[in-house]
Design a protein around this ligand. Structure first.
Ligand SMILES: [Zn+2]
Ligand SMILES: [Zn+2]
Length: 168
């Protein structure tokens, strides 16, 4: 877990701190599947800007996730560019003016990075955009073995019958 200590940082209003830090990324659990960031540690640009009413935190890095394809379970690789922003008011009255990653002058960069990656992900992680997935009948990989089953033809006959019945 990577944290950044703000205690030694004495920024006055209008001042900015910017640096590149190594941030450790955590594996993600999504829909019961595990996705691994490769490499585990990435160089991230952290900038902290002090304004009169609060502090703006910005974090930028690129990561690559490895894990199973949502449709066929084969290995999928996804590049995820991250540009995240958090704000902490000097006198926070409401939760909205407070970043959840700041605790007692320590900024939890690993937790922030993990949440930022989750927010940046597409709805489905796929091995390729047109992945055909697994056959719902026999479970075979439809990318490797495109096929249909006799049951599907029966289904369409039933559909035709149902259509006929609706017309009567
Ligand atoms: Zn796939
Ligand atoms: Zn099948």
């Amino acid at each position: 877990m990577t944290t950044f200590n703000l205690r030694t940082l004495k920024l006055r209003s209008g001042e900015q701190f910017a640096d590149v830090l190594d941030v450790q990324l955590e594996p993600l659990e999504l829909g019961g599947q595990r996705y691994l960031p490769v490499p585990e540690t990435v160089p991230a640009e952290l900038s902290i800007t002090r304004a009169s009413t609060g502090t703006v935190f910005e974090l930028g890095f690129d990561t690559r996730l490895h894990g199973p394809c949502y449709r066929c379970l084969a290995d999928a690789v996804l590049d995820v560019p991250i540009a995240a922003r958090e704000y902490q008011a000097t006198n926070p009255d409401s939760e909205e003016l407070r970043t959840p990653y700041l605790d007692d002058d320590r900024l939890d960069l690993s937790a922030w990075a993990r949440d930022a990656v989750v927010l940046a992900l597409p709805e489905q992680i796929l091995c390729r955009a047109d992945c055909a997935g697994l056959c719902p009948v026999c479970g075979k990989d439809l990318n490797a073995e495109p096929h249909t089953h006799a049951e599907e033809r029966t289904d369409s006959r039933w559909a035709a019958l149902a259509e006929l019945r609706d017309q009567l």
